[in-house]
Design a protein. Structure first.
Length: 179
């Protein structure tokens, strides 16, 4: 209803105040209306309780799923490392193998390990010589005089690793000293 359409209402007065006779009470109509309203209240209360229970159940299911995700988060990674472990155990099981065979097996196992790491979004940080030093991905062990621009990587002492975009371990590097 628009405010322009509203008509001012007269203040409520009892029938006795305005001189009119009191109307007869309609007990049957009021009782029916009360029963109807009580039924509506019961219906709304039931709907409220059901909605509240559904929210609680959804919250409980979400908490259980988060707990499972935390508990088994490493499952995929561990599963991808099992072939690497199997290869290492097979190498140990053949003590009389020739050095060439062992070296070939080590290279194959390393390829398996690299593939498992890549599947799990683990990548290496191995900066080339001359790359600008990045303190977010590199850890400088020492500064050495070099024939290259200052604050650039001279050598990598140990590769670093990333999981997705997060540094798991920074690369240990030597950095060129300012001239």
């Amino acid at each position: 209803m628009n405010p322009e359409e509203q008509t001012p209402q007269a203040p409520l007065q009892s029938p006795v105040e305005n001189g009119a006779a009191a109307p007869e009470a309609n007990p049957g109509g009021d009782a029916g209306r009360i029963a109807e309203l009580e039924a509506k209240v019961a219906e709304l209360t039931d709907a409220h309780l059901r909605a509240k229970a559904e929210v609680e159940n959804a919250r409980r299911r979400a908490d259980e799923e988060v707990a499972k995700a935390r508990k088994y988060a490493v499952e995929g990674f561990a599963e991808s490392l099992l072939p690497v472990k199997d290869s290492l155990e097979a190498a140990i099981a053949t003590p009389g193998a020739a050095v060439e065979q062992v070296l070939e097996g080590v290279h194959a196992t390393l390829r398996q390990l690299v593939a498992a790491l890549e599947r799990n979004k683990v990548s290496q940080i191995n900066p080339q010589s001359g790359t600008r030093f990045d303190p977010h991905q590199h850890q400088a062990i020492s500064m050495v005089p070099a024939d290259q621009e200052a604050n650039t990587v001279v050598t990598v002492l140990q590769k670093g690793y990333l999981i997705a975009d997060r540094v798991l371990r920074p690369a240990l590097v030597t950095v060129s000293a300012p001239k």
